[in-house]
Design a binder for this molecule. Sequence first.
Ligand code: BES
Ligand code: ZN
Ligand code: ZN
Length: 476
Amino acid sequence: MKVEVKQVELVDVGTDLLAVGLVEGGELPPEIAGAAGADSARSGFKKLSLLRPDGFPTVLVVGLGESEELDLETLRIAAAVAAKEAERLEAKSIAWAYPRGIDSVLAADALVTGTVLAAYRFDRFKSGERDDSPRLESLVLPGPAEFAKTVEWARITAEAQNRARDLQLTPANFATPTFLAERAEAITAASEALTVEVFGRAELEAKGMGGLIAVGQGSAEEPKLIVLRYSGGGSGPTLAYVGKGVTFDTGGISLKPGAGMQEMKMDMSGGAAVLEATAAIAELGLPLELIALVPTTENMPSGTAIKPGDIITQYNGKTVEVNNTDAEGRLILADALAYAVELGAERIVDIATLTGAVEIALGSTYAGLVSNDDPLAAEVIEAGEVSGELVWRLPLHPEYKELMKGTVADLSNLGKKRKAGTITAASFLEEFVGETAWAHLDIAGSAWDIGREYVGNEANGFGARLLVEFARHSAS
Ligand code: BES
Ligand code: ZN
Ligand code: ZN
């Protein structure tokens, strides 16, 4: 979508539609209120009303609720509601008049985000009846030239989130580990500051990445470890992002039930967020050093698949009893986390659709956060509050670690007695980060089906904007 800041009067904005946000008891911009045809402005507004003031584009008044409650999330939602209405009205372009009483640069950011995300479509696999319903093509924000940078950043970041949604929705017969590696290569080709390495089966075996090898051994698709490095300079700590890239999770020999299994094409949502956030970070040229790792594989049952009880050796030498082959995410993340530490990461954030338990605990409203470092956890929470991708911290405790001890190996990949599934999974991961500051995001409940107006109930690219925001914070 084309997004631009224009220094124009509202009357000259030149779009098909002009959205005006109005808080309870608020007033329309005086020039609109004063125009003939805008009389109805004097009575109360419902959530959406249309006005046709003389000389202006059609005005869409969007109710924003009480002014004391006006925040960035309200604006993202309002922008999405307006974008949908614009498409219904077959408008190709929309402008937004800023509501008063909120920082207008931040408001511009939220309006761009809500509009770009709401206008998202995925119709790559529709043939004859390709969705040709009207599309919103451009967004204009009347405002000072200083807004241009913020608006550009918001567009780049929201588009990264939309590309993460593309990867989530692309089915597993297309989005294989090789496909994700090719996406990483394409991202790298677009920036001087990026380099990429992709390790296949032979290299993974040579390196001793027993977790990724074990999960991938039942599949005809080759498992890969994608290692992207972004060198943007700056004086901050080296950051690592690690994203789970299971392109299809059948559960393996511990087979999942059939109903709903198709959703497991999205078990690479964490990897998608990491890849596309890295693309956005490079596009924005943020001044930091970042290592982005995506261990990627299918998890399939077959004659060569790992079996419950098999013992593997992870990259850091720890041995693991694989007591449930469906707890595969932690096995591939373990290798990637240990490798991130070896590469010199000083702060690690991993993101994964790791446990069904997180959806029981937090629903889709918050992603789960587990961390061994209070300042890092606080920054991740803060980034999520800014981006609207909310995260809630769950505790670590030695007793949870105890639940992950193996009987004949160091560790088990399955917690005892199904207690605290999200935390025990994180406690397992903690065994692979040593003393490095680490934060783990479990997005199994939030990567789709969250129902916010700007992303709906399908794949939502959760984490992409949070990771960019965190990197921005880390770089400054
Ligand atoms: N990919 C799943 C987790 C998941 C569940 C993601 C629902 C999205 C929606 C993960 O690999 C898994 O199967 N985890 C198991 C772990 C258990 C066997 C310890 C789970 O949560 O049931
Ligand atoms: Zn699984
Ligand atoms: Zn999984």
